[in-house]
Design a protein around this ligand. Sequence first.
Ligand code: HEM
Length: 415
Amino acid sequence: MSQALAAAEMPRLLDPQSYQDLGYPHEQWQRLREEAPVARLVAPDGRDYWAVTRHADIVEVSRQPRRFESGKPLNMELSRDGGQVQLPPTVLDMNPPVHGIYRQIISRRFTPRGLRRVYRDVEDLALEVLDEVTTGDAFAEIDFVEKLSAPIPIAVIGWMLGVPRPDWPRLFDWTNQTAGAGDPEYQQGRSQQETTEAARIEIFEYFDDLARRRREQPEDDLVSALVHADLGDRSMSVPEMLMYSLVLVAGGNETTRNATSGGMLAFIENPDQWAALCDDPELLKPAVEEVLRWTTPVIHFTRRATESCELHGQKIREGDLAALFYPSANRDEAVFDDPYSFRIDRAPNRHLAFGVGEHFCLGAHVARLELEVIYRHLAPRLEHIELTGPIERLRSVTLGGIKHMPVRYKLRPAA
Ligand code: HEM
């Protein structure tokens, strides 16, 4: 495929409307993987960029954080400086060696070991939400996203940060308005930029106040850990702390929500896989990994080359932008047998839903824990589930999202 042809024929990769209308462009990614795995394309705003679509190439780029820097910009929806407002970088935008210093402030709390002590609390929070849909009538109709996928991650991250429970709904609105700012449903008559800005100001005011309280009286939560962080010769500045809180709220929400909804959709479309999970609880962990591979909620993040180099035979120049398309890597035939089949016993499953290397998702084990709890408790109760209307997707080229998923379901009698 010539580069000019590729540019002309790959219009969907960065077109938010087509993600909303049609979902992921798997046919285009497959063609790129076969014919031009590192392809020079033109973004809708006229910028040239490299579309990286194969698993091995995304791993190669992600494992060289000095050669391929993050955050300049974070994704192709942002301009190089991230917009007009100058904000401090978050862990997502930082690069070595500073990145590691900021990441380790809270990383221990996110390891399987660190999470062990909060396991019960996460389970209890999820169960409260699940109780609402698994008690009462044996038949019910709900928006699966609104009643189940959305409230659980908000509750968990709100609780981990130390946000009081009555304020969790506000967190929910703010994340919709930041992560989904390009979607008319969340814009409230404003532009994408204005929507993000307005939400960001509200989040900042809120966390500024919470941080003040935790500075005086620390508790065992993430905001306390951030405001008391020791950065060697200084502590974290207020804007840095606010951006860190924002990235935790935003990073942990839409993503887990979409893995939950997209996973349920995959089970609806593959009822034999749901039956297999109900029959064999041992399949829970591989099922969660397959849900993550299948849904891959982050569409892409970008990297900028700091020096000229070669990638899959292409000459990359200093300053070039590369978009890493994770959902494409997760259908790569070179890595996955029968990649377009949803198989919950898939092993091995080396998916890249959480990225890889320096910026590997900090919240990966939290997300896994949430998904495990949800499916572990739903499997014995949910006898039947079907869609009752079309699903509505998010208008974004960074996060693949399901905004609404109307379902009818039938429960088995409680044991
Ligand atoms: C299914 C759910 C999730 C998915 C698919 C996901 C995906 C990702 C991906 C692909 C990255 C890598 C970015 C890069 O390489 O540039 C990332 C980083 C990150 N994620 Fe997640 N994430 C999920 C859940 C969470 C949760 C629950 C949290 C917080 C509680 C979280 C917080 C973060 C943070 C802070 C980073 C930046 C890490 C760094 O730069 O060192 N994520 N995530």
